[in-house]
Write a protein that binds this ligand. Structure first.
Ligand SMILES: C[S@@+](CC[C@H](N)C(=O)[O-])C[C@H]1O[C@@H](n2cnc3c(N)ncnc32)[C@H](O)[C@@H]1O
Length: 268
């Protein structure tokens, strides 16, 4: 059967988002690797904050039959959609090991877990230092002893620039649009647009109004919230291909690249 061409009318923007910015296999294996390195045991329970379509949680329960996941997001429509998607992605046994919940990640209480994950810079939504620390304190409370809180961050001088970055996929183009940045407050506004081969587009499919937190600030706030140790992992670079690698390295010093993505692993 001929596959229907993707257009602005028939595209499911949540699937396009997942394809453009998420890599669940990487995320799951990185969590497993770090948890084993720090604790010499397996990570079993995961809480995915700001979960959107709960893709990582779904992958987590699929990955191992002992794994459980709790996914939390503050968008009711997204939670409804995530539940439906999980039904289609997971077996009935796997569905029993995932909970997808509507709630504010900075307040929502669940059973304590081994790992809390906040990806794609979602916690940048907390613009005041107190709000950020309150969220980190809450994450701390929701972790078991020796639990790990994993979050990502981006920066470099290009993060301060107004720019559009286009990435071509097979059936659509993903556009990351940094549309405003205020150096005084570090407030940043970004949009995601999608364009299709028939020249139609879904402009501003997603919009984020964040504060661009810097790595020293994030580390300080994590420590202030109670975390004993915070490690920074920077993405590797392949000189030959002139692109990022899929590996992240624990470092305390690195080059001032124009654009970088890092992970932070904060230990309870
Ligand atoms: C950038 S998306 C992140 C999606 C996903 N975590 C990822 O890695 O791609 C941000 C998500 O955070 C959610 N969100 C914003 N504020 C929130 C809050 N206080 N608590 C929980 N979810 C929130 C939004 O509804 C949205 O789905």
């Amino acid at each position: 059967m001929k596959r229907r061409k993707l257009t602005a009318r028939n595209a499911d923007i949540n699937r396009l988002y997942e394809e453009s910015v998420q890599c669940t296999e990487f995320e799951v294996s990185f969590i497993n690797k770090l948890f084993k390195r720090y604790n010499k045991t397996k990570c079993k329970s995961l809480r995915e904050d700001f979960c959107a379509s709960a893709l990582i949680s779904s992958e987590w329960v699929r990955h191992n039959k002992d794994n459980i996941a709790i996914a939390v997001d503050l968008d009711r429509a997204m939670i409804k959609e995530a539940k439906n998607t999980a039904l289609s992605r997971l077996s009935s046994e796997q569905q029993k090991r995932i909970k997808i919940c509507y709630g504010d990640s900075s307040k929502f209480n669940t059973d304590k877990v081994d790992c809390i994950l906040a990806t794609n810079f979602s916690y940048f939504v907390f613009k005041q230092r107190k709000k950020l620390i309150d969220y980190f304190k809450h994450a701390y409370k929701q972790l078991k002893n020796r639990g790990i809180f994993m979050l990502d961050a981006f920066g470099g001088y290009e993060a301060h620039q107004l720019l559009e970055e286009r990435t071509k996929h097979k059936n659509f183009t993903y556009i990351w649009d940094q549309s405003s940045f205020n150096p005084i407050t570090h407030e940043i506004k970004c949009h995601i647009h999608f364009e299709f081969p028939d020249k139609t587009a879904r402009k501003r499919a997603f919009t984020y109004e964040w504060r661009l937190w810097m790595l020293p600030e994030i580390q300080e706030c994590l420590k202030e919230a109670g975390f004993t140790k915070v490690d920074v992992y920077m993405q590797g670079w392949n000189d030959k291909k002139n692109e990022e690698t899929e590996r992240f390295y624990k470092v305390t010093k690195c080059d001032a690249d124009p654009a970088w993505v890092a992970y932070l692993a904060a230990r309870k």
